[in-house]
Design a protein around this ligand. Structure first.
Ligand SMILES: Nc1nc2c(ncn2[C@@H]2O[C@H](COP(=O)(O)OP(=O)(O)OP(=O)(O)O)[C@@H](O)[C@H]2O)c(=O)[nH]1
Ligand SMILES: [Mg+2]
Length: 426
């Protein structure tokens, strides 16, 4: 039996941090007061979490680009920029998230667990932060840091919300093909469908849900008759069972057919008897009297404890809309009752300084990585003041030590972003 896998790619961009402001206080009698440039706000981060309201990744295929909000810039009078809003991307329960290189990132299962996958950029410090005894009038602020930006591969092993269970030839494949874009083979002979097919039913009001069209079930299936019970595991995972029968038959035949289905399901797994179930009577267009057919469905549903019944024609599409409505209603209910509520947990990748040293030639090195770039991200690094700030930062993140270890000596060139510095032995 084939495994149904839904895949999509996701591109996320966390918000950029706002720039720190360069500003000096204006006072009535002072030409130039102290620095009062506020800090930039941090950019929003991007998180992933499971949501039982989602059932497929098709939404992401249409909109793969998701971004959190940028932080606001700092302003004068020590006004700080606002932090950008985070973005939470909701994925169907069971989605496996990997990098494009195939490294495992997360499997979202519990709606209370949130995964940080792209960190927002830190806001830049305003010039007020750079005031010190030696530096009375810092004329530089710090730029905001870029947010992380990444691609991910997503993979979801589809689980059906509704399984269409019925004897061969009753119109299960026909029904899924009028409700979704699934196109299983349809033909007027039993066992046309040999493997389960899944279709995503698009329901803007209640959220999409997945319907499984499984091969026809006959008496003895639980013992391996017909196509056996290989595919019954797809039914096992469905939240709602739709028992499908040909309602153009007499009431006795319909009832016998549904009782057979129920008997086989329960024999396979007794819990299936407790699963919410609906009755779908097909081939309504072949009935002389539709209200009589409806009455037949009502009484079969009552006798077999189906929560609801609908009658449809896959030929004229009569009743199909109502059938989809009934499915989505019961799927929503089942999702609500199964959603666990526990305390929220946030997973963040362990923070560490990101500095990389690469020797480009005999006397040239390149420093890269988020923290190295941040160390030089001042609005103006041409002043001695600013350079000493840069040096202090490079020391703190271990960049100077890393350069020494990599063999840098007095006079070597060190490239960081767009800048070139000269390495000096302290
Ligand atoms: N008139 C009419 N014919 C239908 C309707 N639904 C299905 N059929 C026909 O019934 C036959 C069987 O339909 P399928 O959808 O292949 O039935 P199935 O339940 O998937 O059958 P298996 O895959 O063999 O279990 C086809 O000839 C369909 O065209 C309906 O509502 N009205
Ligand atoms: Mg079929």
């Amino acid at each position: 039996v084939a495994d149904f896998v839904d895949t999509a790619q996701l591109h996320v961009r966390a918000g950029r941090g706002g720039a720190g402001a360069v500003s000096f206080r204006r006072e009535a009698h002072v030409a130039k007061g102290g620095p009062d440039g506020g800090d930039g706000g941090s950019g929003g981060s991007v998180f992933l979490k499971a949501s039982s309201a989602q059932s497929s990744l098709i939404g992401l295929r249409d909109h793969p680009f998701r971004a959190a909000q940028d932080g606001g810039h700092g302003r004068g009078k020590n006004r700080h920029g606002a932090a950008g809003d985070d973005l939470v991307v909701e994925l169907p329960v069971g989605t496996v998230v990997k990098t494009l290189e195939g490294d495992f990132v997360a499997e979202v299962l519990d709606p209370a667990v949130v995964y940080e996958i792209a960190r927002g950029g830190r806001g830049g410090a305003g010039n007020a932060r750079f005031l010190s005894n030696r530096r009375r009038a810092p004329a530089f602020g710090e730029q905001g840091e870029l947010g992380e930006e990444k691609w991910f591969n997503l993979e979801l092993k589809l689980m059906a919300d509704v399984a269409l269970v019925g004897e061969p030839n009753v119109g299960k494949s026909s029904l899924i093909s009028v409700m979704s874009r699934a196109r299983p083979k349809i033909a007027d002979y039993p066992f046309t469908t040999l493997i389960p097919h899944l279709g995503v039913v698009v329901s803007p009001e209640r959220g999409n849900f997945v319907v499984a069209d499984v091969p026809g079930l006959i008496e003895g299936a639980a013992d391996g008759r017909g196509l056996g019970h290989e595919f019954l595991r797809h039914i096992e995972r469905a939240r709602v069972l739709a028992l499908v029968c040909d309602i153009s038959q007499g009431e006795r035949e319909c009832l016998a057919s549904v009782l057979t289905l129920l008997g086989e399901l329960v024999r396979y797994r007794s819990e299936l008897g407790e699963r919410p179930r609906l009755l779908v009577g097909t081939k309504l267009d072949l009935c002389q009297d539709t209200s009589e057919a409806s009455e037949r469905a009502r009484s079969v549903a009552a006798a077999t404890e189906c929560a609801r019944y609908v009658v449809v024609s896959n030929a004229t599409h009569e009743g199909v809309r109502e059938c989809m409505g009934a499915f989505s209603e019961y799927v929503s209910r089942a999702r609500e009752s199964s959603s666990v509520v526990s305390a929220e947990v946030v997973h963040r990748p362990a923070p560490r300084f990101e500095v990389e040293v690469k020797r480009i030639s005999e006397d040239r090195f390149e420093l890269s990585g988020r923290d190295a770039l941040r160390a030089v991200s001042l609005s103006d690094i041409t002043t001695q003041d600013a350079l000493s700030v840069v040096h202090g930062r490079l020391t703190r993140i271990g960049a100077i030590r890393a350069l020494r270890r990599a063999g840098a000596i007095q006079g070597d060139e060190v490239m960081i972003g767009d800048y070139v510095f000269v390495y000096e032995d302290d």
